[in-house]
Every structure is written in C-alpha cells, then in structure tokens.
Design a protein around this ligand. Structure first.
Ligand code: C2E
Ligand code: MG
Ligand code: MG
Length: 547
C-alpha cells in the first residue's frame, strides 16, 4: 500500500494526468464562480466534483486535503457578490471548507471500504477450495501478468497419481496432510506464493526469481524420496507417487490456459502410474491427438474386422517340445496401419472396451484350439487378461459360456495376469484367482519382476507359471541380473511352479537359461508371434527337426 495515496499507483504518468484533471477543474470552477457573480450562486457546489474525484483516485486523506484546499480557495478570495463587491462572511466559507473536507474524507472512506470488500471477495475467488493455496484462476491471472511483463518462467504440474486410492483405501482426511507435507518440502526451494492447487490431486509451481534455478531437479529429488521411502502420516506409512510435467516458457505466443495444458500434456506422457519428471515437447501433442483418433477407431475395430489374433510358441527346453502358444491380439487400422497392443490395450482398458477385445480373443482362441485339435495338433493356449475385468464377475461367466458352447476343456487355457496389477494382499483378486484355478484354468504371472511384490510374498499368490519379464532376459549377461534370475527360478521351483523366460532372442540367453534350469522360453529366438496357419507349419517343422 502506498502511504500517501492509499493505493498502489506506480504509474507516474497516470498520477500526473489525474493531478492535472483535479487542478484544472478547480481553477475552471473558481473562474466560473467569479464570472457568474460570486458564491451567492449555487455553482460553488461544483467543487464537489474535484473533491470526490481526488478521494476516488487517492483515498480519504487526499480527499480531506483537497476538500480543505477547495474550501479555502473558494473562501476569503472569492466575493459573495462580485458586482456589489460584497465579501463572504468568514463563518460561511469556514463552515463550507469543513463540509468540503468532510465529504472528501467520507467519500474516500466509502470507496476504500468498497475496494477492501472487493479485494476480499477476489481473494476468496482466488483460493483453492481444498488447501490453503491459490487456485487455478489465480494461476491463470499470474501467468497472464508474467507473459505481459515478458518474463520467462517454468511451469511445473505435479500430479499426485495415487491420491484417489489413498483417499479410498486409507483415510480420506489424510490427503490434506500429504499435500501439506509436499508443499512444505517444495517451499524449501521456492516461495509459497509460487505454489498453486489446480485440482485436488494436482499442484502447480510457477517458478519465480526466488525459486532455485533448476527447480525441476529439486522436485525430482523430492519425488524420488517420496517414492523410495514411504512417509509416515498419522501412523500410516504411505507411498506417494508423483508425476511432474514441465513446460519452459520462452516468450512464445501462448494463452495462459495453453501454457498450463502444455505442462499437463508433458506429465500425461508418463506411464499411467509411474513417477517421473517429463518435459513438454511438440511431438507429444501430436501423439495425444493420435491417441484421440485411435480411441474413436478402436470402438469400431472389431465390427470392421480389423482385429485378429496371432500366436507365439512357448518351448519346453527341458523336454525340447512345444509346450503351448500365447495368443496376442493385433489391430490393423483401416486394413493397413498396424497399431501395437501396448498402445491400444491401455486405451481399451480406460474406455471400457477391453471386455469386447477379450471376448473377441477368447472366441478366436477357442475356435482355433478346436481346429488344431481336429488336425491332430494339441496346443495349450494362454490369453492375456486385465485384472480389472477379472475382478468383474461377468468375465468368468462369459468365458465359461464360450468354453461350454465350443466344447473345449478349461485345462487347455492359461490366463496371464501382469504382475504389476497383482498384490498378495488384494483379497478380492486372490479369491478370484483361486476360484479360476478351482475351475481348472492355469494361471501365469506375466512380466514378473516389474511389479511391487517381494519374492517371498509371491508364495501367497495362487499361480502355476512365472513368466520372467524380457527386461531381465535382455540383461542376463550382467552378473547381478543373472543372480536375480537364478533366484527367481530356484524360488519358483521350491514352490513347485513352472518358470518361463519371455523375450529370448539369442542362443547365449537360451544357454544361460538352460544352465539355470529354466523350464520354458518364449521369444524371437524360436519364433515371432505367427498367424494360425504358420503355427501349424512351425509345429510340424519343430517336431520333424526333433526326430
Ligand atoms: P505380454 O503378454 O508380455 O506379451 C509378450 C510381448 O512380447 C508380445 O508383444 C510379444 O510379441 C513380445 N515378444 C515376445 N518375444 C519377444 C522377443 O524375443 N523380442 C521382442 N522384442 N519382443 C518379444 P505384443 O504382442 O506387442 O504385446 C504386448 C502386450 O500387450 C502383451 O505383453 C500383453 O500385455 C498385451 N496384450 C497383447 N494381447 C492382448 C490381449 O489379447 N489382451 C490383453 N488384455 N492384453 C494383450
Ligand atoms: Mg502375456
Ligand atoms: Mg509379458
């Protein structure tokens, strides 16, 4: 606040213009009073105009001062009646001066009060409904001002990816303490005013002069800390996962909301639940648009016969025979553009289309098993299943319907569930897995090693086969990884389970796995995923080579 003018007014040109308006209007009114015959006429009351204006411009004290000046200027020096040269009674101009001063002061007070109320209302509008932080509207305003003043800055969007789960499964009040804890950590490297709450699970930092230069690196450290060691709040040990999107503004022609969206697009490129810092890049926006396009086309893919199933052989390396195949879905959009399942399966899960894809795969696989059987080819087949659909009771019901109607045996099926989605203390899922095993299905833990289960806790999950993820097989030449794989195999064997290695591409990998007593392998070394007729050729050639 400016102590003289009551309001911050840094623009001296504006002050000068206002000053001139007031001065000129006072002089003009005095002149007008003189030429209209003196203060006996009503025109002296025009003085209220510059008085009220000055209290509007600069507050009550300036209003009081201008009122007094106007009262004195229109006092002893101006006659009551110009033509008869009668001067004013002092009591008359003194009381008028007092009234002018009072009006100047009073109007200023009223205007200041209105301004204060407006400011308070604005402050309320700018406050997050969740936390003691400024909100999205304030952020967009501040970005606008920074663009206007041509300042470069970084915008960090910090998404708390597992806040919903914490709220749902732990305690819904605890999220406030978590956010408070994070804000305090972030404040070590920047002002509190630089931190905004955009949504309940999203904080934004608009870097300022007081922020550390490489602020995102500091945030990365904070983030790694949160991820590596769970924080203890109200007696709960909580692992918070954060994803950060960074957009660096360097004066491009952008609106505040575009700038915010760019930081958001940046973090959205990260895997759904993975922590990390991601920078905005233009290609991301194209990728996002592409995903948008895919989503629409995906819904029509089955109807348009664009989906089909391929099969990848699994080889039993102990007995040198084909132990089965894995069914992998393929999508050729518009009949020519290949889109990988790694792209469309997560989208299908998100939009609730995965059920349709799974039914399609199941339907194809059962038909295929029957056809191979009729040709004397006995192959067990595994299908990939998302944990979400397995939890849903309808999955087992329609799978049973398909199997019964096609008259195939459940024991010829293996259900693959990715380890990332399995937790031994998820009783609902574990019960479902037990139920499926009871019905006769075999269960594989896919992508083993990429999830959050410790080796010991795996013993509590009902399964038949452990599929070691390609990540480990790619690094099997490293001594520490080889030790780990050995440990996986030995432990699974003590539990009486079968172990299969995924993504075996070279003879060296195969030989190392053989030495480690791995039971089965799957990978390009033997074969890429094949169309059904090519599987038949592979089957015959493999068996011929054995003889
Ligand atoms: P996954 O179940 O772990 O399948 C193995 C993936 O590794 C397949 O990729 C396969 O083609 C690939 N692969 C196998 N051997 C090698 C190798 O030696 N080298 C390399 N570079 N890759 C190898 P694909 O077919 O792209 O499938 C990716 C993932 O998509 C699958 O991982 C699975 O999680 C999912 N998926 C595929 N089909 C379905 C489906 O019908 N339903 C569901 N829910 N998910 C599916
Ligand atoms: Mg699989
Ligand atoms: Mg896998």
């Amino acid at each position: 606040m400016n102590p003289i003018f009551g309001r911050e007014d840094k623009n001296w040109r504006t002050i000068l213009v206002k000053f001139l308006i007031i001065t000129i209007s006072i002089v003009a009114i005095l002149y007008f009073v003189l030429i209209t015959g003196g203060t006996k006429k009503v025109f002296v009351q025009l003085m209220y105009i510059p008085i009220i204006l000055s209290s509007t411009f600069w507050g009550s004290y300036v209003g009081l001062l201008v009122g007094l000046i106007c009262g004195i200027l229109a006092g002893p020096f101006i006659p009551l009646d110009v033509s008869n040269a009668i001067m004013q009674d002092p009591l008359n101009w003194i009381s008028r001066s007092l009234i002018f001063s009072f009006i100047g002061f009073f109007t200023g007070q009223m205007i200041e009060r209105i301004n204060r109320l407006n400011l308070e209302k604005q402050e309320r509008n700018f406050k997050s409904p969740f936390y003691d932080l400024p909100n999205a509207q304030r952020l967009l305003n501040d970005i606008k001002n920074r663009i206007k003043s041509k300042e470069y800055f970084k915008l960090l969007s910090i998404k708390l990816t597992n806040l919903n789960e914490i709220e749902k499964y732990v305690d819904n009040k605890i999220v406030f303490d978590i956010v408070d804890n994070i804000v305090k950590r972030l404040m070590h490297y920047c002002d509190r005013q630089a931190i905004y709450s955009y949504e309940k699970d999203e904080l934004i930092v608009l870097t300022c002069k007081n922020c550390s230069e490489n602020y995102e690196d500091k945030v990365k450290e904070v983030l790694e800390d949160y991820f590596a060691s769970p924080i203890t709040i109200n007696g709960y040990k909580i692992r918070v996962s954060l994803k950060v999107g960074v957009y660096i503004y360097k004066g491009e022609d952008n609106s505040p909301i575009d700038i915010y969206n760019k930081a958001r697009i940046a973090y959205e490129q990260g895997e759904i639940k993975e922590s990390g810092v991601y920078y905005y890049d233009v290609n991301l926006e194209n990728k996002r648009r592409e995903i948008h396009n895919i989503t629409g086309a995906l819904l029509e893919s089955i109807q348009r016969n664009e989906m089909f199933v391929v099969y990848q052989p699994k080889i039993d390396i102990i007995n040198n025979k084909i132990s089965g195949v894995e069914a992998l879905v393929r999508w050729k959009r518009n009949g020519n553009e290949f889109i990988g399942p790694n792209i469309f399966i997560p989208i299908a899960e998100e939009i609730g289309f995965i059920n349709k894809i799974s039914k399609f795969v199941f339907d194809n696989v059962t038909t295929q098993i029957k056809e191979w059987k009729s040709k004397g080819i006995e192959l067990k087949c595994s299908v990939n299943t998302s944990v979400h659909e397995l939890i849903d009771d309808t999955y087992i019901a329609w799978a049973n319907d398909i199997i019964t109607s096609k008259k195939v045996d459940r024991t010829e099926f293996e259900i693959e569930l990715t380890e990332r989605a399995i937790s031994y203390n998820d009783t609902r899922l574990i019960n479902k897995m037990n139920y499926l095993k009871g019905l006769g299905y075999q269960i594989s833990i896919d992508d083993f090693g990429t999830g959050y289960n410790s080796l010991m806790s795996v013993g509590e999950i009902p399964f038949d086969k452990l599929k070691i993820d390609k990540y480990f097989i790619d690094r099997i030449h490293k001594i520490e990884i080889a030790e780990l794989i050995k440990l996986f195999i030995e432990y699974a064997h003590t539990l009486g389970k079968v172990v299969i290695a995924e993504g075996v591409e070279t003879e060296e990998q195969l030989n190392t796995l053989k030495m480690m007593n791995c039971d089965e392998v799957q990978g390009y070394y033997y074969s890429k995923p094949l169309l059904p007729e090519d599987i038949e050729t592979f089957y015959h050639e493999f068996n011929k080579a054995k003889v």
